[in-house]
Design a protein around this ligand. Sequence first.
Ligand SMILES: Cc1ncc(COP(=O)(O)O)c(C=O)c1O
Length: 410
Amino acid sequence: MLDVREDFPVLKRRINGHPLVYLDSACMSLKPKQVVNAMREYYEVFPACGGRSIHRLGEEVSNACASARERFARFINAAESSECIWTRNATESLNIVAACTDLSAGSKIVTTSLEHHSGSLPFVERARRDGLKIEVVEARPDGTFDIEDWKSAIDSSTRMVSVVHSSNVTGTIAPLKEIVEIAHDRGALVISDDAQFAPHHPLDVQALDVDFSAISVHKMCGPTGMGVLYGKIEHLKSMRMFLYGGDTVSDVRYEEGRILPEYLPPPEKYEAGLQNYAGIIGAGAAADYLQSLGMDEIEKHERGLLERALKELSDMDHIHIVGTDDTNIKTGLVTFTIDTIGAAHDIATFLSEEYGVMIRSGWHCVGPFHYQLGIDPTKGSARASFYIYNNIDDLSTFAQGVRALIEMSS
Ligand SMILES: Cc1ncc(COP(=O)(O)O)c(C=O)c1O
């Protein structure tokens, strides 16, 4: 098991006298000292503007940010660092692809019933705006897919596929490589929503051959307000721009009353204006931190916790687990409902206030899958998610709390 709790000072907190048990990492991970220190160094030692200012401090920022991009690119095995664009979050990464790729009238986009709203809505709206077709591959109730459904949904008119690599509700890992092969065979591009995958499993964008990947840096020990859009360089070069302005241009001529811009190639093309330098530096530090633990070790650690959590919950009456219990195809999270409790928020409030256990409740921004399963989205489901700093004691406290709640309510 990993032993990194000392890196996370917040774990020393107590909530109503109980040691903090943080089981909401699928929403937002905690931040290790290594990341906070890297960002503090920026603010205390060289808090200047990168790119534009050529003085000493500006140069230090530029170098630190270029190095962070290199290290992040290595973390996901991108072919070159300019394939990694800094964004505010995975939502922005998905929106850039939905808004800026060339999708001609009459072409089709394929997505799934299991997508996070950030993976489906940008494409639903693009389709609505430009009169494109959109087809939804329905996940099975356990969150897995029938590959035959992909083969029939992706046809020669399909230009884009948006698929969640690891679901934030069921934790199930999609057969991405097979989906990419089917899509490429039929001339479609694939964006993989790696918000939940990248923090927990080794991600190799070249081996998977995905065209784009959307990553939440704030879910992988990095700072809030940071995400990454990975894109194959040829796509990033040909796509439309998202924001126009400072730092995106190599020249802006003025001739006969006309302003004539010439734009830079990626990544600058997609990074207009002054950047979140501390966030970029923190993202590089987060990639280093996870790399130093080893993504295989992280996966193993979480699988152990997941097996234990599934066992604890499946021994209880009135619990329904949402999604598969096959830990070979599941990221470290468990979503569940309790028969005797109306709204999932009541489960989260009870565990927080009575046991110091932080879990997530609601519809997890995945309304369609809740409707598909017949779970009233206003009541929602409860989700406990695990990460590198959780241990077996955390799971015991969580299970104790859930058991107590069931006893009280039955
Ligand atoms: C599967 C999935 N996709 C996308 C997102 C959106 O990520 P972000 O908050 O970085 O925009 C989330 C966030 O929870 C998610 O779980």
